[in-house]
Design a protein around this ligand. Structure first.
Ligand code: WT7
Length: 584
């Protein structure tokens, strides 16, 4: 296979990278030697204190921590001292609602400054922060809030209406705090600005995020305060954050990227950070890059491909000369996108691979190393990676297998909330099995092949087929549904649903009579209705863009839907082993 290499030259470096020699560092690296990068209280730690407050005792006190801009153009900015103080206020308000160490406090907020202050405030008092995408609808909210047993939910007037509908099913949820309500703004004005920071054990829980697997409801991945060590080191060595940088991570904190590299790891490096609260829009994104003189940019492949679709002429209308380092995460970064980046911005996107469960970057491309275009790069120092066969044995270079990591590493999840067996199921023969397949080349670069399971990645979002199937069968027209990820040039994958209709419902359609074409029309309308139904009940981003009605779903003898077969059929591939199939 021909590999395109991006060889770095002097023009790629405006200054020396923070990590100058990868190979040498990898050989001698120990996490314990890096503890001095963080501030400790006699062996205790607090990730939020480390991200923000410790800078207040330094010259960074009056440095801008957050440049915030909303979709309608409102701007605000906060220094490290102000962020420390605002988050203290949230901590104090939560204390006044009897929030204690270990309690779960969830955030259902758009990307507004309060989201960042509240997240930090929760950690500062030793409670566990949970984040929820503002695209979530009732079903997604109920699953997560019920499983976590959240005691407090912080939201806005607009989003609250979705919570009101399910509140009766959430006995543990004691308080709803509405940040734009009169009473809340009043209490923010009067509340104490100083706060005693909770001194936590490194292994104490700090935050949790729900993510999807193949089966069952979303699972609560729990991270400890200790994760900050890896988030900080990767922000320093991979994002290469320096004091002179202005940094923009386009992720939402509903996603682990937004927590690790928009709040914790990046601020821990003391960098000024841009947050844009609005939706994706190519022109607006370039305006943000230009206006804030962004120098380090962390984004995702679907966004890059969408920018690519607008062409590089649009890029040329803006002064992006401050950009010095580009990174990408969340789904395969195809070589065309890297090459377009080089053409449009004069530098390559550096791909990084990790997962909600790994808590921080694990396989990455470094400023100090050449890039094999299309590869995810090499393991971060302190992280051992390998390719294993299905029985857990390491395979030779160039052989495809399961991407695995050797525990421990600081940001590895602590548990799956209330599902310890699920947590255990990630590990085989002392290896963490990622669920991704790939291979390693002779130079130690890792290459992504695909998921080993049915998990869907659409526009970088991880969607469990089971959640979408469950939402579809709630609709009276649907008996059963099988959901797959269908390859898509722009979004990586789109969600496609195969739906078995309720016969009575179908009859209603044909009973209306009419021509064959009007019946077809009815079916198309029903497809739209089903898509919208999932959008309204589950989440704005997790709905099927394509629906096909079929008579019967392929199933195992035990009744499990064989999504693998639906996918093979969709792609026109061989169906493979069908020995466990019911009849088909
Ligand atoms: C899955 C993890 C990654 C942080 C955000 C949370 C896919 C991720 C890459 C990449 C190919 C990637 C994998 C992984 N993925 N990064 N650089 N190349 N695939 O991510 O929602 O937990 O999803 O995203 O399939 O398992 P997540």
């Amino acid at each position: 296979m021909k590999v395109d290499l991006y060889k770095k030259t002097a023009k790629d470096f405006k200054s020396l990278p923070n990590l100058e020699d990868y190979e040498k560092t990898y050989k001698t690296f120990e996490w314990n030697h890096m503890r001095h990068e963080l501030a400790w209280f006699n062996g205790k730690i607090n990730a939020a204190y480390n991200a923000v407050d410790r800078h207040v005792d330094t010259w960074r006190k009056n440095k801008v921590a957050l440049y915030w801009e909303s979709e309608n153009g409102t701007t605000k900015q906060y220094t490290f001292e102000q962020v420390a103080r605002e988050s203290n206020k949230f901590g104090n308000i939560l204390k006044s609602f009897d929030v204690e160490r270990g309690d779960r406090v969830f955030l259902f907020l758009p990307r507004i400054p309060e989201l960042f202050f509240a997240f930090l405030g929760i950690l500062k008092i030793g409670a566990i922060a949970g984040t929820l995408f503002s695209a979530f609808q009732e079903q997604a909210l109920e699953d997560r809030l019920a499983n976590s047993g959240a005691k407090v939910l912080i939201t806005t007037t607009e989003l609250k209406t979705r919570v009101d509908k399910i509140r009766k099913n959430l006995p543990d949820l004691k308080h709803l705090l509405v940040v734009d309500s009169e009473s809340f703004t009043k209490s923010l004005e009067s509340v104490e600005k100083d706060l005693t920071i909770a001194q936590m054990d490194a292994d104490d829980y700090a935050f949790m995020l729900y993510t999807s697997g193949t089966t069952g409801k979303p699972k609560g991945v729990v991270h400890a305060h200790r994760a900050l060590l890896q988030e900080h080191m990767t922000a320093k060595w991979v994002l290469d954050l320096k004091d002179s940088d202005t940094y923009w991570c386009t992720a939402d904190p509903g996603w682990v990227t937004g927590i690790a590299y928009e709040i914790l790891g990046s601020w821990s490096c003391g960098v000024s950070t841009v947050v844009y609260g609005g939706r994706f829009d190519p022109k607006r994104w370039y305006e943000i890059l230009q206006k804030y003189k962004v120098s380090v940019w962390y984004t995702a492949p679907t966004a890059i491909r969408m920018l690519m679709a607008k062409g590089s002429d649009m890029v040329k209308q803006f002064d992006l000369s401050n950009l010095r380092h580009l990174c990408s995460v969340g789904e395969p970064l195809n070589p065309e996108a890297v090459k377009w980046g080089i053409h449009a911005f004069g530098k390559p996107f550096h791909d990084t691979w990790w997962q909600t469960e790994t808590g921080a970057m694990c396989l990455v491309n470094y400023p100090c190393l050449d890039i094999k275009i299309g590869s995810m790069g090499k393991p971060f120092p302190g992280v051992k990676a390998a390719i294993l066969d299905d029985s857990g044995r390491q395979v030779k270079p160039l052989v495809e297998g399961n991407i695995a990591l050797k525990p421990p590493w600081p940001s590895l999840m602590k548990t799956i909330w209330r599902r310890p067996q699920k947590f255990e199921s990630y590990f085989t023969n002392d290896w963490y099995i990622s669920g991704d397949r790939g291979w390693e080349d002779k130079d130690g670069y890792f290459w992504f092949v695909g998921r080993a399971d049915d998990v869907i990645k659409t526009s970088g979002e991880r969607v469990g087929p089971f959640e979408v199937e469950s939402a579809l069968v709630e609709h009276p027209a649907v008996i059963e549904a099988g959901v797959i990820g269908k390859p898509d040039a722009l979004r990586g994958e789109i969600i496609k649903a195969f739906v078995v209709l309720n016969k009575n419902y179908e009859l209603r359609i044909s009973a209306k009579g009419g021509s064959a074409s009007s019946r077809k029309n009815e079916k198309e309308k029903l497809k739209e209705e089903l898509s919208l139904y999932v959008k309204k009940h589950l989440a704005g981003h997790a709905y099927p863009r394509e629906i096909e009605f079929i008579d019967k779903l392929p199933k195992t003898r035990s009744g499990k839907i064989m999504r693998r077969i639906l996918k093979a059929k969709e792609l026109g591939l061989p169906i493979g082993d069908t020995s466990t199939l019911e009849e088909y």
